[in-house]
Design a protein around this ligand. Structure first.
Ligand SMILES: [Zn+2]
Length: 244
């Protein structure tokens, strides 16, 4: 079964971002949002995961507060200031769009944990038991114990038999970190963890290492697709200074 780590979804997102970068200066904020949403849905579809609605809003100041994956409502939240801004400092723009994929991956990690539970390869977290032991683990149990939306729980339940065995070991390490003995048993806290720069204290966690690895891979790929079209920040500053 496909995942966001595969070349298909990654290449689809990278290609869309390279095109978006080139067109960005001529686009309205709403057009930019629509193109980002289409790229997110394209990669999610290629990875056989439910798409993430992108909600753009004013978000608080502080490192890493510009973007997050809200797993309970299954959506990505982004500071709308990004859509209003220029992409003149190309590297900063690249960091932000690559971070979108990082957040999508966190959603996918949760999805795979839920799918693993539904496939009876992992237990319900925090000692929870199925509401009806005769039926086994249901979508409703997943919503209650893991805090995932019913739409996502249903999507995973319908595909429980397709749980990717090649991802069992990685999924188990994320599960242990997010829901197992290494976790904090309050989902609310987990959901509000926001990812800042490399100094974040959660980076040693396996789900972070995995998401950062993917983010770096994607960033490198977009950069390579853009080549010299990527604007040099120093050059952009000079152009601004001389009205270019
Ligand atoms: Zn992260």
């Amino acid at each position: 079964m496909a995942s966001l780590r595969d070349d298909g979804p990654l290449e689809s997102f990278a290609t869309a971002m390279a095109a978006l970068y080139r067109a960005w200066p001529q686009m309205s904020a709403e057009q930019r949002r629509q193109d980002l949403q289409a790229a997110i849905d394209g990669a999610a579809g290629a990875a056989l995961k439910p798409g993430w609605p992108l909600r753009c809003q004013v978000m608080g100041p502080g490192p890493g507060a510009q973007l997050k994956c809200d797993k309970g409502n299954w959506r990505l939240e982004m500071d709308e200031a990004f859509l209003e801004g220029s992409n003149a400092a190309g590297d900063t723009w690249l960091d932000t769009v690559a971070a979108i994929y990082h957040e999508m991956r966190h959603g996918e990690q949760w999805y795979l944990c839920a799918q693993g539970v539904l496939a009876e390869k992992l237990p319900l977290p925090f000692g929870a038991q199925p509401a009806d032991p005769a039926k086994g683990v249901t979508e409703a149990d997943i919503c209650a114990a893991m805090g995932l939306s019913d739409v996502v729980a249903r999507h995973a339940a319908q595909r429980a038999a397709q749980f990717p065995h090649g991802l069992m070991s990685a999924t188990r390490s994320w599960y242990d970190s997010i829901f197992g003995a290494q976790s904090r048993p309050k989902r609310g806290l987990l959901e509000t963890i926001r990812h800042g720069g490399l100094a974040g204290k959660h980076l040693h966690r396996p789900e972070e290492q995995d998401a950062w690895d993917l983010q770096r891979r994607l960033r490198k790929r977009i950069k390579s697709l853009l080549g010299t079209a990527l604007r040099n920040p120093a050059y952009a500053a000079l152009r601004g200074m001389f009205g270019g």
